[in-house]
Design a protein around this ligand. Sequence first.
Ligand code: NAP
Ligand code: G4F
Length: 324
Amino acid sequence: MPKALITGITGQDGSYLAEFLLRQGYDVVGMVRRTSTINFHRLMHIQDKITLVNGDLLDQISLIHILEEHRHDEIYNLAAQSFVQTSWTQPVFTGEVTALGVTRLLDAVRIVNPQIRFYQASSSEMFGKVREVPQKETTPFYPRSPYGVAKVYGHWITVNYRESYNLHAVSGILFNHESPRRGLEFVTRKITHHVAKIKLGLAHELRLGNLDSRRDWGFAGDYVDAMWRMLQRDDPADYVVATGETHSVQDFLEEAFGYVNLDWRDYVVQDPRFMRPAEVDLLVGDASKAGRELGWEPRVTFAELVRMMVDADTKMVEDGGTPM
Ligand code: NAP
Ligand code: G4F
């Protein structure tokens, strides 16, 4: 039975990847950091099938201990301070976790077992002020936030450890991917959660920032499959993972409110608090290399994704449940 370590298992992608690897017959170990309140809500349905261990990307000793104790075949490094807006108010912390955390983990791999295959969660935020459209593996980076800068570091240190130490280390450059398990602070989930509350009479407005930025939004459940496929190849390489379609925040509003027969213009208020010091205006990826070499393609369409999220939030709000 192959054994995998997932850092960031309590997050959106971590929970989908854990489910996916269990279905593939893996022994799944998830690294969680110590918190005063347990936050395993995305994992409750599989908690008895996985092993959770304590560790933190800020603490290299913890990483070495985990790798020595569990002897993994594959590591998926999904842990990060992943919210772009917060990276302006906590730039040093973001760098410590999202940039240097990658080096700590790669170096633990080098020390404990250089045969481990390593996946780094890189991001389309690295393209920032885009140099070409659509963006592909060879497009130069121009990050626009401390988060984007940290991800560029994480990307290049992964390439560097591959080239310096011959590690099987790969970087997946994933474009935005969403789901009913997306954090409530990200724009898609913020919208679908508010749509559900407004529809049920529990909220009356939705305050947002820039409605013009465009993103290539896919479904997280599709994207974890691409992560796994990257580590199954004997020849390590980096891949863009995207749908190839781009939509504005306003398009998302139209689709989400329209689905429940409401007009977003009656509820949305633009609020400068949610504007960013520097914006990424347009992202759209070219995932043809992943199609060719990994046989990967997205399954869920934009409209299906929006409706899936509105439906899930409506059910959750009706049930009075905890947000995933
Ligand atoms: P997420 O929901 O925000 O999850 C982030 C995870 O990282 C959480 O499990 C969090 O743990 C953990 N974490 C944060 N700091 C840590 C630390 N110091 N040590 C150990 N764990 C720590 O993010 P996601 O959307 O699943 O994204 C997964 C990864 O893909 C991230 O690296 C993100 O930057 C990257 N990415 C995401 C997208 C996207 O559209 N979703 C696109 C490209 C790249 P807690 O639960 O304790 O906070
Ligand atoms: O949903 P967002 O916060 O995602 P963003 O900044 O694109 O980052 C996400 O995708 C990256 C991949 O490209 C990941 F690496 C990263 O970890 C994260 O998962 O914002 C999307 C867009 C932005 O242009 C933002 O300015 O929506 C705009 N927006 C407008 N109003 C808002 C809001 N974003 C948020 N979060 N909240 C708003 O009220």
